[in-house]
Design a binder for this molecule. Structure first.
Ligand SMILES: *Cc1c(COP(=O)(O)O)cnc(C)c1O
Length: 467
């Protein structure tokens, strides 16, 4: 009878004194090394109990420990390559920022800033003043307020204007936003009472008219964002609702979501309502996100009537949803680009990606496919669709060119998983049982990393299969 192979495993102490781990100890805290060594030895012991014949070599053990330590030291939040073609991908952080916005965030966070300081008078200032002027200038609003995100903007608006009162919303607009976040719940949590009118597919002017009364705090119009209702459909536009709200002396809150600033809206957003357009239609206040079509940082923007905005600013809840200095810096820099619409279309990455010409996408896809083929990775280029994402124009697919990859003997699912677990992680999708890479959402300077990552993933996925 041979000796128990588990006895051949080193102790934690012995493993830690091996040269590779002694070297690692100069970079990683000892506690992490000890935990990782213990876990690796436990796993090896369990594998031997389960029938493995020979223990792993000392080199193999130290490399397993090093891999575990590296995993623990890696930040939780890190960059990924977005090869999905979804420009405003909420799970992937929505809008990539313009360079000037990134620089502004760095500049304002390295040291101190005049966040709440009036430089001219040397007295206390307000953080809410920083982007307000630009927002007024760009939207034509009387006043503007920036908060943490659009959900906060909606809650603050309703809590300020309709606390303890009715908020009238069409049943067709009671949307759920990613992550089970519903407009209906937000209205309740804002301290207002939700009054639904109309039916899912049809809401008429008379439905609103009937619901209006002495208890009404606000009319709420919600942009449908992430879905479309088609067929037998009727809705009342904000332009029609505005006079009704005014004649009853109640505010019309228009939750626009997407946050398009350009009027007229540029291609491919021609069917979207812009913030200046929504204000011109007569909304009392318009709320929108900073990181959707606007292409800036996560923020909630409220623009509209001066008294309404001032009341929101004085609401104690405002303090709970205030933006930080980096948000304000990035937002101001992004907004500044919009002073010249042509410049915004070029310098705001989200807009540039949405408007990338098909010919250019095809050219990039073919060049990229050529590089993959040079590495022996079979692929082809095919026309397909990208998406705007972020709750904008759900029915507007963007014609694109896809690089379809599917090496022999590797399933699309296995390759997709290998892409995700590489460094940096690559997020792609499956089209026709092949992995589809859409370069619309990949910057030119990210292409080498994408190429290396795909090659490494194909290699790993094939190796796993043949192991
Ligand atoms: C996206 C969206 C929201 C939520 O905005 P956040 O900035 O994610 O908080 C609210 N309403 C509508 C209509 C939206 O599209």
């Amino acid at each position: 009878m041979s000796a128990d192979p588990r006895r051949a495993l080193p102790s934690v102490e012995e493993l830690l004194t091996s040269p590779p781990l002694r070297a690692l100890a100069t970079e990683a805290p000892r506690g992490l090394l000890v935990d990782a060594s213990r876990a690796v030895l436990d796993d090896a012991r369990a594998a031997l109990s389960d029938g493995d014949a020979t223990p792993p070599s000392p080199d193999e053990l130290s490399s397993r420990v090093a891999a575990r330590v590296a995993e623990r030291l890696r930040p939780s939040l890190r960059p990924v390559l977005n090869a999905t073609g979804v420009v405003l991908h909420t799970n992937l952080g929505r809008a990539p920022l313009p360079e000037s916005a990134i620089q502004a965030m760095i500049d304002v966070s390295r040291g101190y800033s005049n966040l709440e300081y009036e430089i001219d008078s040397g007295s206390r200032g307000s953080r809410y003043d920083h982007c307000a002027g630009l927002l007024r200038e760009l939207t034509g609003a009387q006043a503007a307020l920036v908060v943490n995100n659009n959900a906060a903007a909606v809650v603050l608006a309703l809590n300020t204007m309709a606390l303890g009162r009715d908020v009238i919303v069409s049943r067709g607009e009671l949307v759920e936003i990613g992550g089970s976040f519903r407009i209906a719940d937000m209205v309740e949590r804002a301290g207002a009472r939700l009054v639904e009118v109309g039916a899912t597919n049809k809401t008429r002017f008379a439905d609103y008219e009937r619901a209006l009364g002495t208890r009404t705090g606000a009319l709420l119009k919600v942009h449908r964002s992430n879905f479309a209702v088609r067929g037998f459909v009727e809705e009342v536009s904000a332009a029609e609702l505005a006079p009704l709200a005014r004649s009853h002396g109640v505010p019309l809150v228009h939750d626009l979501g997407s946050g398009l600033l350009l009027e007229p809206p540029p291609e491919p957003l021609q069917d979207e309502t812009s913030a200046p357009g929504a204000l011109a239609d007569g909304a009392t206040v318009v709320t929108m996100s900073g990181d959707k079509l606007l292409g800036g940082p996560q923020a909630g923007l409220i623009v509209g009537d001066a008294d309404a905005v001032e009341a929101m600013r004085r609401n104690p809840l405002c303090r709970a949803v205030r933006p930080d200095r980096t948000t304000l810096a990035a937002l101001e820099a992004t907004l500044a680009l919009y002073r010249d619409p042509e410049r915004a279309l070029k310098a705001v990455p989200a807009l540039r990606m949405m408007r990338a010409p098909l010919a250019r996408l095809r050219e990039r896809a073919h060049r990229f496919a050529g590089r993959l083929a040079e590495r022996g990775i079979p692929c082809e280029v095919r026309d397909g669709d990208s998406a705007i994402g972020g709750g904008a124009a759900p029915e507007t697919p963007l014609p694109s060119a896809l690089v379809l990859v599917r090496p022999k003997g590797v399933s699309a699912d296995a390759l997709l998983a290998a892409l995700r677990t590489g460094e940096p992680p690559i997020v792609a999708r499956i089209v026709d049982d092949r992995v589809a890479l859409d370069l619309r959402t990949v910057r030119d300077d990210e292409e080498p990393a994408l190429l290396a990552g795909v090659a490494a993933a194909v290699e790993r996925a094939s190796r796993l299969r043949h192991a």
